[in-house]
Design a protein. Sequence first.
Length: 418
Amino acid sequence: EFMENNNVPKHLYFYSVGLSYKKADAEVRGQFSLDAVAKTHLLEQAKKEGIESLIVTSTCNRTEIYGFAEHPFQLIKLICDNSNGSVDAFQKVGFVYKNQEAINHMFRVGTGLDSQILGDFEIISQIKTSFSHSKSLGLANAFLERLVNAVIQASKKIKNETEISSGATSVSFASVQYIIKNVEDIGNKNILLFGTGKIGRNTCENLVKHTKNEHITLINRTKDKAEKLAGKLNLIVKDYSELHLELQKADVVVVATGAQNPTVDKAILNLKKPLLILDLSIPKNVNENVEELEGVTLIHMDYLSQLTDETLENRKLHIPAAEAIIEEVKEEFITWTKGRKFAPTINALKEKLNAIKNSELDFQSRKIADFNEEQAEIISNRIIQKITTHFANHLKDDDTMVDESIEWIEKVFKIKAS
């Protein structure tokens, strides 16, 4: 079930490399974003280049790889080769974490502590999907599997036991709040949703719920997708060919298309009244030149993410509780990795001591009359158990240099961990 090479060679390190909203703006993130095809290519390339275990995630807020490599550049190159991002751009905004830091980073990301909106749990399902993808291609070793499961466990626990995700603070909620605050009489205005991206869909659902608006129109390049969604929310579906007409009628446009290039620009707007445009796409799908038109307000997702109402301030109070849960789950994971590192040595030591015991019992049983082999066996086994426990406890200790100790034990007892 695991890869044959379970003992990671000493020169491989666990890295997390990538970039996120913290240093990279929407445009740069767009250059580095990886769609499903690109992710598959990336994993296949990794396989060819001898990288044995990795996962890749790409969302509107981040693109990241977690995996084993001799040097982080092997992983950075994979991102750059499969996206429109360059190595130079990566060096300006990217991060590289190694070993313990990389493990910490995955925990923070997976539990929503590193999200643009604190306590947003969207990312954990991305990590699950990414892991399944890697596993199906044979690119997930025991370490990575155990780590991802630990992160999932921490995320569930935080969701259930803390209030870090209480209150509504998603980007879609922020957009609805923005629209309600900035558009008068929203219930009677014309709203156009262009595209069926997830954030746009959620925005629409929230708009229907919070504004009781009956005039929401939906246009998507593929009509059947639009009709499915419209059925759920009773929206009016129009053909893609009617886009410029609908833009003319609209008071608010929510753009949630997934195109690589802008789908709305100054040229297709022929306005008779003020228009608010919310661009909820990554990369940006509305050309900045629309702002040259009088009466047009363009709001981008990055701005909405900063509309951190008091909900977010309240959420911050729960960070320590979330961090405590992470520490606890991480501790178990670290103990497991250490145990896995020295278990072969402890087993080899046990075998060595058992061999000494067996030859000794064999020798004494011939030499001593009425030798009670059963009793001798019990005592010897208990002594061996106690000795090996001492060694195991030493190796488990946080301050132990595990690699050096293993080497030393193997030297002293002339054993080789298999």
